[in-house]
Design a protein around this ligand. Sequence first.
Ligand SMILES: [Zn+2]
Length: 868
Amino acid sequence: MAARKNAMRPKHRLAPGVRPDRVRLHVEVDPASGRRFRGEVEIHLRLDAAISTLRLHAVDLRVSRARFRMDDGSARTLRAKIIAEPKLEMIALRFDEKIPAGKATLTLAFSGKLRSDLCGLYGVTVDDRKYAFTQLEATDARKFFPCFDEPTMKARFEISVTTAPLNTVISNAPVARTEIAADGRKTVHFASTPPLSTYLIALAVGELESSRVVRAGPTAIRLWHTPGKGHLTRFGLEATRACLIRLERYFDLWYPYAKLDMVAVPDFEFGAMENAGAVFFRETLLLIDPDRATLGEKKRAAEVICHELAHMWYGDLVTMAWWDDLWLNEAFATWMAFRIVDEWKPEWKMWHDFQHGRAAAMKQDALRHTHPIYCKVNTAEEANENFDLITYEKGASVVRMLERYLGPTQFRRGVRTYIRRHRESNTVAADLWRALSQTSGVDVEPIARSWIEQEGYPVVEHAIVERKDGFHLQLKQERFYQQPPKQPSPGKWAVPWVGRVGRSRSGGGQLVRHLLTRKRERIFLGKRPPRFVYGNANEGGFFRAAHGPRELAALGRALASLAAVERMGLVDHQWALVCAGRAPIGAFLDLTADLADERDPDVLAALRQPLAFIAHALIPDAASTADEPFRDWLQERFGPAFSALGWTPARDEPDDVRVRRAALLAIVGGAASSGAVLRKATECCDAYLKDRRSLDANLTEAVVSLAARHGSRSRFRRYLAAAAASDTPQEKRRFLLATADFRDPKIIDATLAMSLTDRVPTQDVIFLLGRLMANPAARERTWSFIKHRWPKLRKRMPSLFASRLIESTPNLLTAAHRRDVARFFRENPVPSGDRALRQALERFDWYQGFRRGAAADLRDWLDRRLED
Ligand SMILES: [Zn+2]
């Protein structure tokens, strides 16, 4: 559907002249005694002009008894007729007479049913206990209570909840008082909140236990969970406190809310949600046993915790005016989390994790069907489409690029000014540019806008040329496409370019800076030729660095002079150039060979995905004769490094060695499918199933997955039992999701059938199906299952997940499947799934263009290896 070219307010937007000031919300809910809830909302309003119809949001709620009182001293009450407008997700109150401008109070009674799709106010059952939780972003507050559900409609909320005495009730503000009624039920009254947008309101009701209180300055921090998980709270509390203190220091502003509750929710759609003062998480991201979780799981949890806390300022205190600037929230929170956790735990090398995320965003943004970071949004569906890699990871990369360009101190000054200036209010991007420009004296806007408002990103080609006066670096930019179009695209970016130039015989080289604004520019390097040039120092820029053949060969000899994150970047760029037909697959494999002795686990992790793609997709589909030679070659290159490390860590072995072992195992066991390694992985898995401490935590993910490959039905049952009985959320998830890695067709069918049952929590259904789609033995059965069980499956699949499912379909590879996927999702459209479908079809098309040439290149390259 084309965008509306109409400057008038779209009809699904609220009238800006009717604003809530204060909201009193009372809810009666007891999830143990039934799914119905009811409540009353009293909204104190300001009317800028006279109206005869008043609209506000409500979805799937029964709204009754509208009372409208003029607060002009007369206390006159007016009658209104309630008209449902489900297409607009609104109700209209139509009055018999015109209401004058001024203040008024609207009271509505409402009732609804606890939902099962993880949004609005929804029900969750854990062991026999029943709970209710909210998840309201982007536009689901309207499924919880009638409200002015737009981010600029900030109001102070006074919330109270009546429920059974056993239940704990958590909301944004601290408890002010609790009353017990004659019938034994209790009513919890919360203090009033500062001004908040509706999407940040939180409610949790049920039997929850709390950790001890930890303090960060005046703020009391508590971690909440379902009973029996108290032993998993230490890590989360420590990370919360460490991040909160550092964030306060960064913003030079106290945490803005009266207390901080961190709540582990047993079934949750997103990773976490930044409700002001009451942050909700998936259990895997908050409840951790530090001895049994992998380093990656701990880092990810800390990052998400910090991301949500950064939102307390960026998002909650200062909120984007409308969903088209969602990136103002998400890009900043994402970037900030890496920055702050890196400050807390420098040994974790968080910017390596950032690079993994950035690589995924670059892959998506290389499609023709991508979108700019700033994106026009009219409806709720469109708002939901933007919770993606572009908004988060690309956005964060652009923020990082700007920080590097202005310098961290200047940048922080600008951010502090921006937050202070707009606290408790709403902003657009221009407000941020203004603050940054004022404090730094640099006109930021033109640079920022070329990245925020323009889709895609450039590839910058690097070539060293000799002239009369010495050596120059020639830079040339053009838009990068995974599947380049016939006509070159007109895109041009203001690239804050920073390169690493090696001049001396050894050492890490020097950083050279340049603002590249034209298509081609030259930089003088010196009278003597440099030893090497790497075109994206520290991977700080959101662009692909392409090096000419000579420049690339020089880099191959200078790998040790590059930062580890640059070697990660080099791997990613080279593979992307192969995919785009700009480099032969052999050049990538030569680079892979040069990295066989790589000591940094993240560089190995960057290699894993392309190698697995070659081994599990390209070869079986288009180059089956290359199967054994390729696996032998991988084994030969990476086997020795893995053998040298052995399976068992030395006592006090540092984390990065443990993680390197895991990364190598994923290559030799995964992509290379070494028989000996797979057998040993199965043995280790058996021991691990018996004793969770028998295996280094970092190896568990790969071992459990590899042992499933040739696993029998009895192993499958043991995984299910382990998933049910495990006492950490990470192990539960590990065993549950690994059931998707079995290759026996009967087991695949059993796993598929299980996805429709409560054995798989709603939050994990998509991850299970996504992993089945990535399993070469399971993808076709999975697709056929999805088609045949769609109505039932769809009920277990919130919209966001349905789009993720569409994203997994290109694993099917073939042109026939492409047609089938297109037909199926056109007949069964998924809300917010339009863009995901166009992207998936584009990926299918790309692969069809890629497979034949790449397979031939691969065979040639392997033949030459064999001859050598
Ligand atoms: Zn966020």
